[in-house]
Ligand binder design. Structure first.
Ligand code: ADQ
Length: 494
């Protein structure tokens, strides 16, 4: 039995160099780090788009086979320019992403996007059927591919196919705005299992089901329940995604990271450091966070000259107008706040617009006195968990949005804040920075215990058991396996 993982993007990117030659580059990130242990050395297949438009004239699968990853193989789904625009930029990122993050005013419900979305989901189903066998387990990831099982089942009626939604599922008031609301629900019900990040997301899905599908019923209690609608029966689970805690805390304790952390600390000697690390996205609440930091400097004058905010923004989806605007807004706010408060020897906001190498990211996590993780809405938010895992000295504080999926697990020990409440966040910043070190340590210890217990292996095993009654141990390790070094930690483009 093999596992076949399907996601919009492959964990590698094929790029065309000068002269038209092709090269394969790592495209690792959250999803990749999460899924690598399932596939590594188990002879499975990962199917996805390699990030290049067209490419039909070359044999990309053969190119990828030349440098096979860790004991599994890649198979590509090729998209034309029009397909990429309608399916990825259009339906996925201008309809589903804003709607599911509660910003329906940003949605562009263009009917042509929908047609392309359905057609590309069919294309993914056909490619998956070509590269898998009847008995394989197919595990599909994220909102780009909600419609894949419906097509796949037509080709393979007896298949076993599961889905995990990495982003939130909206409440009925929001979901009902979607012109294709019935179709999306019906498509999702073609999966054997639908995994959500939190119980709230699953509750929202069940409420939408009850509102829209006459006679829909939900049976059972606990981590996995069963939805019955017409002839379909799908299981629904809530599995908060985690990180590889051991790997993060081990890497954070290494000498190169410790040295870099010391250098960063020396640059800010005598000051406290606040850290924000976010992909460029309006759902991450970066402008609101900057405003709250400015408000904290205004309302609590002793913070001036005593605290620095390092805000890292990772470039993402810059071709979409909303994202370009978001970037300008962030840069204007950084300029305004720095213009107002900077004084000799102190610049309040250090703004980095780029992806960081993993040791640098870890050094920032280690040195920060508090992390500001304040998305307006987020499926989970791995930065919150990575910060805790990397905080090996246990001196840091986590300031976390109530609207991050991670809040459900971390609310007891993080400083929860409403990112829409500028004054409230400013007060929380002040409170977290002035807390007694013993209390901070106690909170961080509890946070780290939780991140360690519910780590990525817990998540993988919970999902695999619920979907296929298997855990990782059932996918046998290949005998001639030689482990490869861990790749660099780079953000996955959605
Ligand atoms: P994202 O929206 O991308 O993921 P997040 O969960 O925060 O958000 O993951 C971002 C990843 O990128 C983290 O692993 C982080 O380390 C990395 N990263 C961030 N900034 C970086 C930088 N400057 N340099 C290098 N790497 C950086 C989606 C959902 C989330 C959900 C995840 C996983 O939107 O809600 O938690 O999938 O399910």
């Amino acid at each position: 039995v093999r596992l076949v993982v399907v996601s919009n993007r492959l964990p590698v990117v094929i790029a065309r160099g000068t002269g038209g030659s092709l090269r394969v580059e790592p495209g690792a990130g959250g999803l990749v780090t999460a899924l690598r242990p399932v596939l590594r050395n188990r002879g499975g297949t990962w199917i996805g788009w390699p990030g290049i438009e067209g490419g039909g004239e070359e044999n990309l699968d053969a190119l990828l086979d030349e440098a096979p990853p860790d004991g599994y193989r890649f198979r590509t789904v090729l998209l034309t320019h029009e397909e990429k625009e309608g399916f990825y930029d259009g339906f996925s990122n201008e309809v589903i992403w804003p709607l599911f993050h509660d910003t329906s005013s940003r949605c562009n419900f263009d009917p042509r996007y929908w047609e392309t979305y359905v057609a590309v989901n069919r294309k993914f189903a056909q490619a998956t059927a070509r590269h898998s066998a009847d008995e394989d387990f197919v595990w599909v990831h994220d909102y780009h591919l909600m419609g894949m099982a419906a097509h796949y089942r037509q080709i393979r009626p007896g298949c076993r196919i599961a889905f995990f939604l990495h982003i939130p599922f909206p409440a009925p008031d929001t979901f009902l705005k979607l012109p294709w609301r019935f179709q999306i629900l019906e498509m999702l019900l073609a999966y054997d299992l639908i995994g959500f990040q939190t119980l709230r997301d699953r509750r929202n899905f069940i409420q939408c089901l009850r509102t829209l599908i006459t006679g829909a019923q939900v049976a059972g209690k606990g981590m996995v329940v069963t939805a019955l609608a017409g002839s379909r029966c799908a299981r629904l689970g809530a599995f908060p995604i985690g990180i590889d805690f051991q790997e993060f805390s081990r890497a954070a304790a290494q000498a190169d990271v410790s040295e870099e952390a010391l250098r960063l600390r020396a640059d800010e000697s005598g000051r406290q450091i606040l850290l924000g690390v976010d992909r460029l996205d309006y759902s991450k609440g970066i402008p609101q966070k900057l405003e709250a930091f400015g408000r904290a400097l205004e309302s609590f004058p002793p913070l001036r000259g005593r605290v620095t905010l390092v805000q890292v923004v990772v470039p993402s989806r810059e071709g979409i107008p909303d994202y370009a605007q978001q970037k300008s807004r962030i840069e204007r706010l950084v300029g305004e706040i720095n213009g107002r408060f900077t004084r000799s020897g102190w610049v309040p906001i250090h703004y980095l617009f780029r992806a960081l190498e993993r040791p640098t990211l870890l050094a920032y996590y280690r040195v920060a006195d508090a992390a500001l993780v304040l998305p307006l809405k987020d499926g989970m938010n791995l930065v919150a968990k990575e910060y805790c895992a990397a905080n090996v000295t246990e001196e840091g504080a986590l300031i976390l949005s109530e609207f991050a999926g991670a809040a459900a697990q971390m609310q007891g020990s993080a400083f929860l804040a409403n990112p829409f409440d500028v004054e409230g966040v400013a007060r929380t910043i002040h409170q977290a920075l002035s807390l007694d070190p013993g209390d901070r340590r106690e909170r961080m210890r509890r946070l780290r215990r939780g991140v360690k217990e519910f780590d990525i292996f817990w998540w993988l095993n919970s999902c695999l058991r619920a979907a296929f009654s298997r855990d990782l141990g059932h996918f046998p390790v290949l005998e001639d396996y030689v482990p490869q070094p861990e790749g660099d930690h780079v953000l996955l483009a959605h």
